[in-house]
Ligand binder design. Sequence first.
Ligand code: NAD
Length: 302
Amino acid sequence: MTAHLIDGHGCARALLAGLADEVAALRTAPVLATLVAGGDHGSALYHRRLQALAGRLGIGHTARELPPDAGQQQVLDAVAALNADPAVSGILLLRPLPPGVDEAAVFAALDPAKDVEAVHPENAGLLALGVPRFVPPTPAAVFHLLDTWLDDVGEARADFYHRSRIVVVGRSNTVGRPAVALGCAREAVVESVDEWADRTRGLGRHTRWADVLIVAAGRPGLIRAEHVTPGTVVIDVGINAVRGPDGRVRTVGDVDATSVAPRARALTPVPGGVGPVTDAWLLRSTVAAARNRTEPSLQEVS
Ligand code: NAD
């Protein structure tokens, strides 16, 4: 068996295809505001990529840049200004925040109606209850890729999820934890694994149990052939910069694709898997936020 490679770029293109028309139908163009407050190279690249993508769809983009040593009050003031700006539909808070800034306090200061990443406690709570206002873009991308792949191979989504065991490796508030909520919402059996499971019982005992393995640990090559039962669907969320023997820096996932691909039923590549769909989902949520200002309803996208 060699894994079917799930094409994130194709999936993102399909997701974005209808979005430009939706934008055109709105009375005022949606605007995504990005708060860049850390001087991080990776987040600056991400920010430029989103800006270009938004521009192609007719979505406005504005950036509020703060110095890398900005303090807590400076960040909170910038959030308050974006909350109050009627032109801003959605707010993206790039991380890492400057050292010493309390991330949870900044998340809680966001206007929940503009919180397109669903990091505000109200939005995280709605997701946990199964009635999301917004779904965090990365776990949304994971399940959108899975749903789309199931449609492509002609398997009924409900049948597949109801008999599937989903193991999520990594338990961050922005990726692993909400991915668990989305698996539960699809009425699958879901297990959440973090690094303590790896240190104590060993990761393989958990991951070999999976029909669907979602890996978001930020550890290059963490998942190898011995962690995967043949026939597993593997979604690799990891994005890691590693220097190869030739001295060049490459982007790799958390899954050692070379050893896992021969065992997996399907696998997302890195790059070109979860990443492009995450970007598309963020813009989709920004459009939903703009639409919701004129046609308010709590539940927008799931
Ligand atoms: P994080 O550092 O906030 O959380 C990592 C989680 O993995 C923690 O719960 C930790 O306990 C767990 N973990 C670490 N080592 C482990 C191990 N050996 N075994 C099991 N669990 C382990 O990271 P995050 O923000 O959730 O991101 C995870 C990865 O996903 C990173 O590589 C990040 O770059 C990537 N990411 C990708 C996208 C995308 O669009 N593709 C978006 C966000 C994050």
